[in-house]
Design a protein around this ligand. Structure first.
Ligand code: ATP
Ligand code: MG
Length: 393
């Protein structure tokens, strides 16, 4: 009997007239992700994407794991496909299906008949399938309709009947690429990979921009960022990581401006460069991992002074989160252990002893008047180098 994976939609099911578009993006993404595990037929009907193996060698467990981690899928189920005939369903339940519920002591059967032409009604289907399980388990299982250990579902759909037990919660979100493209400012810290993950989960395609300060930051620090980018890409899909050197700007700032304004002026340079990269790569917004009040450069006033530079939206999905909440997500998406590796970041090079926490725009601008801002931006932009990460380890 054929095994098949059923992926249930989350929000896509609510998309009305645009639903076909979202479904298509989801199927394209699943196709890409499952390629490594064999040949599959992937199609959708009745709010479900079906993943059907086309050859013996298909690794169904790996495919199940990949489907579970694909944005846009809210639940996954391994199911058996049977012909739409009650005798065939009973036979499938008694033989191939029993290992699916091995070990459980109590069960109940639920039936759903979306094909109303099927000659039996749901209660009868439940009764017959339940009887088949009782017969096959030889007294090891009992029916418990109120609090069963497993719920067996028999679904009579348009093309076939499906028998499955248990539905596993999947990652949720919206299909990749369904919500524009954003440029993630990716540091080696805890927050920015989480910010990228959360926006990707809402369907935003991600490009990343990392600023380095070689030789003040090391090659290993860059490797760490690429590892983090790869982790983000394992959810968000293949991703460009742009790298720009801030070394010269930082040296000029160190030698020219009031130390207290160093971080703020540097962040405004980062934002200017982010705008240029975002426009060049067709991004509609910039994404950062900032959270209000977390450090001196993330006070409300500091964010305002940096935001003035931006001529497109800057999304900060973590703005209202405590560090603890952010760490929890970082652990779930497996970026935390990499993020806490102790390598330097460009923001920790030449940090002032008394950074301004309530900067006045006029004073920041007065500091910048001491510099040839445009020339420094152009020169840094010239250092742009791009690495592609696939998300595969
Ligand atoms: P994170 O854990 O993301 O590094 P953080 O608490 O260290 O955050 P900051 O260093 O102040 O905070 O940086 C705030 C945000 O600015 C980061 O979340 C990131 O989006 C961006 N950022 C900081 N450093 C860099 C960098 N070297 N390259 C690119 N973006 C950066
Ligand atoms: Mg940081």
């Amino acid at each position: 009997m054929k095994k098949i994976i059923l992926c249930k939609f989350g929000e896509i099911a609510l998309k009305g007239a645009n639903r076909a578009y979202f479904e298509k993006l989801l199927k394209v993404e699943l196709k890409k992700r499952l390629r490594a595990f064999g040949k599959f037929k992937i199609y959708s009907a009745q709010s479900t994407v079906y993943i059907e193996p086309l050859e013996e060698e298909c690794d169904m467990d790996a495919a199940f794991g990949a489907a579970k981690n694909t944005f846009g899928v809210s639940a996954v189920q391994m199911a058996l496909e049977a012909p739409k005939d009650m005798d065939a369903i009973i036979e499938a339940v008694k033989t191939d299906f029993m290992p699916y519920i091995e070990g459980a002591k109590t069960f109940k059967v639920e039936a759903k008949r979306s094909d109303k032409k099927f000659p039996l009604e749901s209660p009868e289907i439940c009764k017959l399938a339940g009887g088949a399980i009782l017969e096959a388990c030889r007294g090891k299982m009992k029916v418990d309709v109120h609090n069963p250990e497993v719920t067996v579902r028999v679904e009579i759909r348009d093309y076939a009947a499906y028998i499955c037990a248990g539905q596993v919660r999947a990652i949720g979100g919206m299909p990749q690429g369904s919500n524009g493209k954003g440029l993630l400012l990716l540091s080696g810290g805890i927050d920015s990979p989480v910010a990228g993950y959360l926006m990707a989960k809402r369907g935003v395609k991600i490009e990343s921009l990392h600023f380095e300060s070689f030789p003040y930051t090391s090659e290993r620090a860059k490797e760490k960022v690429l590892d983090l980018a790869n982790k983000v890409a394992s959810y968000a899909g293949e991703m460009n990581v742009h790298i720009i050197s801030l070394t010269h700007i930082q040296e000029v700032l160190r030698d020219t401006i009031d130390e207290d304004y160093f971080t703020l002026v540097l962040r405004r340079f980062m934002m200017r460069l982010a705008m240029k990269v975002a426009r060049k790569y067709w991004c509609d917004a910039v994404i950062t991992g900032e959270s209000i009040g977390q450090v001196a450069s993330q006070t409300m006033q500091a964010l305002v002074v940096t935001d003035i530079i931006a001529d497109m939206p800057v999304f900060r999905p973590l703005i209202g989160n405590d560090k603890e909440d952010i760490i929890k997500i970082a652990r779930e998406i497996d970026t935390f252990e990499t993020s806490i590796l102790p390598y330097e970041d460009c923001c920790t090079v030449f940090t002032p002893r008394h950074p301004r926490t309530r900067p006045e725009l006029a004073k920041v601008e007065a500091q910048e008047a001491l510099l040839d801002v445009d020339a420094l931006v152009e020169e840094a932009f010239e250092t742009l180098d791009t690495v592609v990460v696939t998300g595969i380890e």
